[in-house]
Design a protein around this ligand. Structure first.
Ligand SMILES: [Zn+2]
Length: 316
């Protein structure tokens, strides 16, 4: 007999307790985004905030949440038939106008050349995001989902996603950019990350935007230059495909509202239909407190009643 065998107790596998894979926090209710909180939304381009999460940003503003939007690029190339200097200026103005419609409290323009972020240092972009996280000290940060790349064809979006994801934890390190501390800033820990994208891989939060879809549409229509460039691209593709679309032809130099009002509402309806809501936007929130079951609906209507805010422009 092996003497070692006598020293251990061997239990059959069936007797081993099957622990759940997910360990639920013993903490009572996790803190949630609400009145008095701050959110920093980091986007690559002027129209990203409205198109990806405009309905939710407007709900946050209604809720009393102070929203800062950081635009990483200058959008100087996003137009059709307009020179770069005019494009840069108009897109900046239209970005501010859209943010005002959504109830954003503050905008920051970092000014990197658009559609070139993949040639820039991600660490340098991350430094600017860390700086503003430490300055704003938000409860949550929102940006592109770094794990939704399968559905993302815009390199600027991918670079911003990676930079934001790293800024989330490096903002807490006192040895990352101590020059910020010399300015009086302190390391800051963001509590939640809200990820959006063309198709969020793992939806954990669904926001009902029925009450804010009108503002999302109005904010989108502020982006006259960028929307006309979208129409221009769609018409080029239709031309190559050998067909025409009357609605696109009418929108190119005419009223953009019929086309984009319909498109945005249908998109919100399609998202809402997946969750039994009239209109919605989807997010992957980390850390997620959802462990099982369908995505939780975030109903915030009982908190409505925030006062209007005046938009501020912070230095980059
Ligand atoms: Zn974009």
């Amino acid at each position: 007999m092996n003497p070692l065998r006598t020293m251990v107790t061997v239990r059959p596998l069936s007797a081993v307790r099957q622990y759940p894979l997910i360990i639920q926090s013993p903490a009572p209710a996790a803190p949630r985004l609400g009145r008095g909180r701050r959110v920093i939304v980091v986007v690559a381009h002027a129209d990203d905030v409205t198109l990806f999460c405009g309905g939710t940003v407007a709900r946050w503003a209604d809720l009393g949440v102070a929203v800062t939007v950081v635009r990483v690029t200058d959008d100087s190339l996003d137009s059709a038939g307009v020179d770069e200097a005019t494009t840069r200026r108009c897109n900046a103005e239209q970005f501010r106008a859209a943010c005002e419609v959504l109830g954003v409290e503050e905008v920051v323009d970092l000014g990197w050349l658009t559609d070139r972020l993949s040639d820039e240092s991600t660490v340098a972009i991350r430094e600017r995001i860390i700086y503003h996280v430490r300055r704003v000290r938000p409860f949550a940060m929102a940006s592109f989902d770094p794990d939704s790349r399968l559905h993302e064809d815009n390199l600027d979006h991918k670079v911003v996603a990676a930079a934001v994801d790293e800024a989330y934890w490096t903002s807490m390190f006192d040895k990352h950019h101590p020059e910020h501390l010399d300015e009086g800033l302190r390391p800051h820990g963001v509590y939640e990350r809200w990820y959006f994208g063309r198709q969020v891989a793992d939806v954990t939060e669904v926001v009902d935007i029925s009450t804010t879809i009108d503002r999302k549409v109005e904010a989108a229509l502020c982006h006259d230059l960028m929307l006309r460039n979208i129409v221009h691209q769609l018409r080029l593709q239709a031309e190559t495909g050998g067909y025409g679309v009357a609605a696109l032809d009418a929108a190119q130099d005419g009223d953009l509202r019929p086309l984009f009002d319909t498109a945005l509402r249908r998109s919100a309806e399609a998202t809402g239909a997946r969750h039994g809501l009239a209109m919605a936007e989807e997010f992957r929130v980390v850390p997620s407190r959802r462990t099982r079951g369908p995505p939780r609906r975030v109903t915030v209507s009982r908190f409505l009643g925030g006062s209007p805010r005046r938009l501020r422009q912070a230095s980059a």
